[in-house]
Design a protein around this ligand. Structure first.
Ligand SMILES: Cc1cc2nc3c(=O)[nH]c(=O)nc-3n(C[C@H](O)[C@H](O)[C@H](O)COP(=O)(O)OP(=O)(O)OC[C@H]3O[C@@H](n4cnc5c(N)ncnc54)[C@H](O)[C@@H]3O)c2cc1C
Length: 444
C-alpha cells in the first residue's frame, strides 16, 4: 500500500502557502509543490517514504535560515519539522532533549528557567538543527566549544533499501560514523534529525561590551582586534563588524563569563591606541544578553547574499586595505564584513574528531550584503563574490553553515581533509544519494 503524507500539508493555492513556503532569504526564493509540517516523528518517516516511493525531489527544513535556500526547492516536497519543537530538561544530568524543529530562542529561554545554557548562535530565530549539524559558533564558543560538541544523542530518519525509511539513534558508540558526520558535516546530507540530546552548562549573569569607532580607524582597530580577540581569556568571545563607509561604523561586541570589573581590564588593549566614539560595558542575566546583541525587531525575510571564510593567520596590512576598499565601494550601507573570534575550546578538539574541520582557525569571517529591490541583486552578489575572491590569499575555506553556491571547491572549503570520511559515510548511509542538493556530500 502506498504511503500517505501525514501532518499539516500546505499546497500551492492554499491561503497559507505563501507564508509556508518563504525562507528568510528572498533572493532566489523557491516555490515547492507541497510542504508537509510534520507534527511527530512518524510524519517524518512517512514524508521520506512518500517522497522515495513517488521519486519526488525533497528538502528538509527547520529554521529556514539557509543562506542558499538549500532547505527549499521548486516543485518538490519540503519536509518541515519546525512544528516539532518540544524541549525537556533533566536538571540532575544537565541535559536537554530538544525536538529538532526548535529555534535557538526557544532553546535558550527554556534552558534559562533551569539556569542552564547551550552554546550556539546569537540570533533567536535560527533553527537549532541547522546550527548544530554544521557546527554552531556563538558567544560561548571560546569557553565551551561548538554546539555540535554538546550533542550526546540524535534520533535520525534515514533511507532504508530501495524505497523505505527508518528511525535510528546515533551516539559516540552507536552508529558512531553517522554521529561524527552530523557533528559539523552540514544539514540535509544524511537523514532528517528529529531530536537532539544536548549537554548543557550552568549559567547566571554575564558581562557584555559594545565599542564603536569611526570608519577611518578601520586599519588600526582591525589590526589590534585580530591580535587580541582569539588570544584573550577563553571566557571572552567577541565579534568585530566593519560596516560600509557610508554608515561610518566599526563595532566590536563581546560577552564575558565573569565580572564587569574584569571585563573592563580585558578590553583595555582594544582601547589603548584606538580612541573609540562610544564604549558600553554592562552585566546582565544571560538570557537578556541576546536582546543586547540582537536587533529588537528580529530577523525579517529580506534579499541577501552572504559568504565567508576562516582566518588562520593574522591578515596583513594589504589584506586589511582590500577590506577597506571594498567597504568604501559597497553597494549600500548595509554591507558588512563580520568576524567572530575562535580559539579556546573550539580548537581544543582536533579537526578530525568531528566533521567540523576548521578547529584551528582563529577567526570566522563573513561577507554580507542585504538589499530591498530585486534589481539590486547583481551588484550585491558581485560585491560579495569579488570580496571573498580577493581575500582568499589571506583566508581559508568556508563555514558549511555559510554556504555559497559560487564556491567551486566547496567540498574542500567546508570540510578540508574530513571530506573523504564524510563521503565514505554518505556511501554507507545513503548510497542512492536520496539526500541530494546543489552542495550535498556526494557518495563515492
Ligand atoms: C540571521 C542569521 C544569523 C546566524 N547566526 C549564526 C550564528 O550566530 N552562529 C552560527 O553558527 N550560524 C549562524 N547562522 C548560520 C546558521 O547556522 C545556518 O544558516 C543554519 O544552517 C540555519 O539552520 P536552520 O535550521 O535555521 O535553517 P534551514 O534553512 O531550515 O536548514 C539549514 C540546512 O540544514 C538542513 N536541515 C534543517 N533541519 C534539518 C534536520 N532536522 N535534519 C537534517 N537536516 C536539516 C536543511 O536541509 C539545510 O540544508 C546564522 C544565519 C542567519 C541567517
Amino acid at each position: 500500500m502506498a504511503t500517505e503524507l501525514t501532518g499539516r500539508v500546505v499546497l500551492p493555492g492554499d491561503p497559507a502557502y505563501d507564508k509556508a513556503r518563504e525562507n528568510l532569504n528572498l533572493y532566489q526564493s523557491k516555490f515547492p509543490g507541497a510542504i508537509v509540517f510534520c507534527q511527530e516523528e512518524k510524519d517524518v518517516l512517512h514524508a521520506l517514504t512518500f517522497a522515495r516511493e513517488k521519486g519526488l525531489p525533497f528538502r528538509v527544513r527547520s529554521g529556514r535560515h539557509s543562506y542558499q535556500n538549500f532547505s527549499n526547492l521548486d516543485g518538490g516536497l519540503v519536509i518541515d519539522i519546525s512544528e516539532m519543537n518540544e524541549i525537556s530538561v533533566s536538571v540532575p544530568t544537565k541535559t536537554a532533549k530538544v525536538c529538532a524543529g526548535a529555534d535557538l530562542g526557544k532553546v535558550y529561554n527554556t534552558l534559562w528557567k533551569y539556569g542552564l545554557a547551550l552554546p550556539g548562535g546569537t540570533e533567536f530565530s535560527v533553527g537549532v538543527s541547522g546550527v548544530t549539524l554544521g557546527g554552531g559558533i556563538g558567544y560561548l564558543s571560546r569557553e565551551f566549544g561548538l554546539t555540535c560538541d554538546h550533542v550526546e544523542r540524535m534520533r535520525i530518519v534515514v533511507p532504508k533499501g530501495e524505497k523505505g525509511a527508518e528511525i535510528i539513534e546515533a551516539t559516540k558508540d552507536e552508529n558512531s560514523d553517522l554521529f561524527w558526520a552530523c557533528c559539523g558535516g552540514g544539514g540535509g546530507n544524511f537523514g532528517i534529525v528529529t531530536s537532539f540530546t544536548f549537554r548543557t552548562h550552568p549559567i547566571d549573569n554575564v558581562s557584555v561590551f559594545k565599542i564603536d569607532w569611526e570608519f577611518d580607524q578601520l586599519e588600526d582597530v582591525f589590526e589590534t582586534w585580530q591580535n587580541w580577540a582569539p588570544f584573550t581569556d577563553h571566557k571572552l568571545t567577541s565579534t568585530l563588524e566593519l560596516h560600509a563607509k557610508s554608515k561610518n561604523l566599526i563595532r566590536s561586541e563581546g560577552q564575558f563569563l565573569g565580572s564587569k570589573k574584569r571585563l573592563i581590564e580585558l578590553i583595555k588593549p582594544l582601547l589603548k591606541d584606538n580612541k573609540p566614539r562610544k564604549v558600553q560595558v554592562g552585566s546582565l542575566p544571560f538570557n537578556k544578553a541576546f536582546n543586547y546583541f540582537n536587533e529588537p525587531s528580529g530577523n525579517k525575510p529580506s534579499f541577501f547574499k552572504r559568504s565567508g571564510s576562516f582566518v588562520y593567520k593574522p591578515i596583513p596590512e594589504r589584506g586589511i586595505s582590500i577590506m577597506k576598499r571594498f567597504l568604501e565601494h559597497a553597494p549600500n550601507e548595509d554591507a558588512v564584513i563580520w568576524q567572530q573570534s575562535l580559539g579556546g575550546a573550539v580548537s581544543d578538539v582536533p579537526p578530525s574528531d568531528t566533521a567540523f574541520f576548521h578547529r584551528d582557525a582563529k577567526i570566522a569571517q563573513e561577507y554580507n550584503t542585504t538589499w530591498t529591490n530585486e534589481e539590486e541583486a547583481r551588484d550585491n552578489v558581485q560585491w560579495v563574490v569579488a570580496l571573498r575572491k580577493q581575500m582568499r590569499r589571506y583566508t581559508e575555506g568556508d563555514y558549511v553553515n555559510w554556504p555559497d553556491e559560487t564556491i567551486r571547491d566547496w567540498q574542500q572549503a567546508y570540510y578540508g581533509e574530513n571530506v573523504h570520511r564524510l563521503r565514505k559515510i554518505k556511501t554507507e548511509v545513503d548510497p542512492l544519494n536520496v539526500f541530494r542538493f546543489q552542495q550535498s556530500v556526494p557518495p563515492y
